[in-house]
Design a protein around this ligand. Structure first.
Ligand code: HEM
Ligand SMILES: *[C@@H]1O[C@H](CO)[C@@H](O)[C@H](O)[C@H]1NC(C)=O
Ligand SMILES: *[C@@H]1O[C@H](CO)[C@@H](O)[C@H](O)[C@H]1NC(C)=O
Ligand SMILES: *[C@@H]1O[C@H](CO)[C@@H](O)[C@H](O)[C@H]1NC(C)=O
Ligand SMILES: *[C@@H]1O[C@H](CO)[C@@H](O)[C@H](O)[C@H]1NC(C)=O
Length: 319
């Protein structure tokens, strides 16, 4: 037994040296080992969105919240354990992240299609995000693969690393820059709010206190979201909440951003940020192309590759 442990320790040291953290993801990663993996995932995502159109938004957000907390390693899918408090109950995620059951269904379908456990939960999130966007009318961009799954998760890091809806513009930009993303990525990836919903608790201060909001828009939201209570009541993030389009940006031009953070991107002046919002509002082709590119950048955040991490059997638990 002691020999086995010694062997493993030597092995791990060698691996750390041989495989640097810069190992690259690739579009073809599963082509040989399981050519049916991507179609199997897409078909579960299609079914889930057919059952509930919002699910596409929820799956896209799962990938974002994974990548922004210690890289795209499937950490936001882990339940709490005796050795770590996970990310699911952190402030940005509690009563908010959803789609965990669909991820379980995808995992089962892909393991069956592959006759084994070969596709990581982190890659499942990246593929499901891409498929969701594409099914709802957005770009069918390439997705880079080969991520492996984390063996732990961090409640604290989830609280620190995910941007909050009360952030101002400089908070948002610094947060993205801390993740190696730039102003254009911030504007483009925020366009994900072209789909999905937010809870009253996250837009209450905006609709009662902000001044850069269309008054009729604020009044209609106040009917859904009372000044106290009703924190879980939801409203759409843009006017076409199940279509991946540029209506989100058009809303910002008219002071109809739902979140304070959304409207921070457009203040009606000549900042670079305002110019980008205007540009995407009338240029859907540019938005689709740039969204695909920024998703690749986000998906490249600190992946575990090679023999680091593991391929989790159950996305909710370490092996
Ligand atoms: C720029 C900073 C961002 C902030 C402050 C932010 C904040 C939020 C908040 C507060 C919600 C509503 C959650 C709730 O009320 O339960 C939300 C929803 C959502 N966010 Fe973001 N977000 C940001 C960027 C992003 C990015 C980069 C993506 C993906 C690329 C994304 C995708 C989504 C989606 C799709 C939803 C709707 C989810 C659903 O309906 O289940 N967000 N976001
Ligand atoms: C868990 O993750 C943290 C980073 O969030 C890392 O510092 C720590 O070493 C990890 N612990 C284990 C047991 O892997
Ligand atoms: C943004 O918020 C931070 C606090 O988080 C504050 O220090 C800063 O002054 C604010 N920036 C602007 C431009 O309002
Ligand atoms: C509006 O702002 C005031 C003063 O900062 C604050 O006391 C109040 O709670 C805010 N209202 C909402 C609904 O956030
Ligand atoms: C929102 O719903 C969750 C359960 O889904 C509940 O635990 C929580 O108390 C609710 N929050 C509010 C503000 O109503």
């Amino acid at each position: 037994m002691a020999n086995v442990q010694t062997f493993f320790m030597c092995f791990m040291v060698v691996v750390t040296v041989v495989l640097p953290a810069t190992a690259q993801l690739s579009a073809e990663f599963y082509d040989k080992v399981c050519p049916d993996a991507l179609p199997a995932i897409r078909s579960v995502v299609e079914q889930a969105i057919q059952n509930e159109p919002r699910m596409g938004a929820s799956l896209l957000r799962l990938h974002f919240h994974d990548c922004f907390v210690n890289g795209c390693d499937g950490s936001d899918l882990l339940d709490d354990t005796a050795t770590f408090k996970g990310e699911k109950t952190a402030k940005p995620n509690l009563n908010s992240l959803r789609g965990f059951d669909v991820v379980d269904q995808i995992k089962a379908a892909v393991n069956s299609a592959c006759n084994g456990n070969v596709v990581s939960c982190a890659d499942i999130l990246a593929i499901a995000a891409r498929d969701s966007v594409s099914i709802l009318g957005g770009p069918s961009n390439q997705v880079l693969l080969g991520r492996r799954d984390a063996r732990n998760a961090s409640f604290n890091d989830a609280n620190i690393d995910i941007p909050a809806p009360f952030f101002n513009f400089s908070n948002l930009l610094s947060n993205f820059q801390n993740h190696g993303l730039d102003l254009k990525d911030l504007i483009v990836l925020s366009g994900a709010h072209t789909i999905g919903l937010a809870r009253c608790t996250n837009f209450r201060a905006r609709i009662y206190n902000d001044t850069d909001i269309d008054p009729e828009f604020a009044a209609s939201l106040q009917k859904v979201c009372p000044i106290t209570g009703g924190g879980n009541k939801t409203a759409p993030l843009d006017a076409t909440t199940t279509i991946f389009d540029t209506v989100y940006y058009q809303g910002l031009l008219h002071s109809k951003g739902l979140l304070h953070s959304d409207q921070e991107l457009f203040k009606g002046n000549s900042r670079e940020s305002d110019d980008l919002v205007r540009y995407y509002s009338y240029n859907p082709d540019a938005f689709m192309a740039d969204f695909g590119a920024s998703m690749i950048k986000m998906g490249n955040l600190e992946p575990l590759t090679g023999t680091n991490g593991e391929i989790r059997m159950n996305c909710r638990k370490v092996n």
